[in-house]
Design a binder for this molecule. Sequence first.
Ligand SMILES: Cc1ncc(COP(=O)(O)O)c(C=O)c1O
Length: 398
Amino acid sequence: MSNSIMIDDKALNPLMTTYNRFPITVIKGEGSYVWDEEGERYLDFTSGIATCNLGHVPHYVKDQIEEQLNTLWHCSNLYHIPSQEKLASLLVEQSCGDKVFFCNSGAEANEAAIKLARRYAQKVKNTDSFEVVTFRDSFHGRTLATLTATGQEKIQKGFLPLLEGFRYLPYNDIAALDELAGEKTCAVLLELVQGEGGVIPAQQEWIEKLSDICLEKGLLLMVDEIQTGLGRTGSLFAYQQYGMEPDVVTLAKGLGSGFPIGAVLAKENVAKAFEPGSHGTTFGGNPLSTTAGVATLTYIKENNIAEKAGELGEYLQEQLAKLAEKYSVIKEVRGKGLLSGLVIPNAVEVVHAARDKKLLVLIAGPNVLRILPPLTTTKQEIDDCISILGNILNEYHI
Ligand SMILES: Cc1ncc(COP(=O)(O)O)c(C=O)c1O
């Protein structure tokens, strides 16, 4: 083994063991590649878990952040911040949202959305509703409210009691939608592709029925686009491919190209539930992260990154389907755009074998290999990934 950090070695590593880290230490990134401390280069088809969507250290974003670094880092939300207002305008122009709240992560964005839903029900609509319906195998974050929203027991274990006011339905189950609107339900929160839950796209018919019920029963339709947003699925936001109009959209990950930032977009009538003092954050929307966001969104728009991701995603899916034809161990190819999954037993073994061959990929549950290239990848890099996966399947007979 190299001199990379091993997390289980107490003497060497003072970090809490919240992650099982792979035995490489990443010290540099550029485009679709990262390098370890021994100078080995890896094709990074994890993109920092769907975050470095423009590749590592994208020059356009870096230049803008560098300029901001020399000007102002932080001043608090007690004052106007030009880059924050600019990013909000860009998001509003390109989405169905009218107003934006900035925070620092995906969990914080969903936490704010849940608070907004409750406050809207109680302060704007004057009801006593508070329940948010989410879906089994969803993932919405690790704060107490968002891990309660997450429909996976393994994420909730050891953190009981969970927060009151959540109910879970099966995903993509049309019949189960008859139970969507309960007596105290105020909102529905869902992913349009369940990322962590196994790369499962929502079915069009299911979304149509779900949207209709939300409209009819006055439930807020809240879409978690933390993993699917910013071009990952082939449109700026995944909801645009479903012909739906959410009341609330949450974003994080790709919005800052790796700079921590989260956002909640909401329709005007919903957003008015937040007044001065009802919600806030010290760092949210600070000059550095929103400068990264402005640069990222501008680059995505000016370079048609979302459309290109759609085309590259189709190419990746085709190549994965060819692999599946050749290797019967692959049970299914899943995904939307460049959010792809292969259903394969012991996917984690493939992840380890790929790393040995200098390719970084992820899992999404025990039996799904998740492939998240940067949206700026090339067909050649996709071919390289496919060829490495093919070699592994040849050699390992997994
Ligand atoms: C769909 C979705 N929602 C929320 C989160 C939580 O985001 P964060 O890790 O930034 O808190 C994630 C993270 O993987 C996610 O994929």
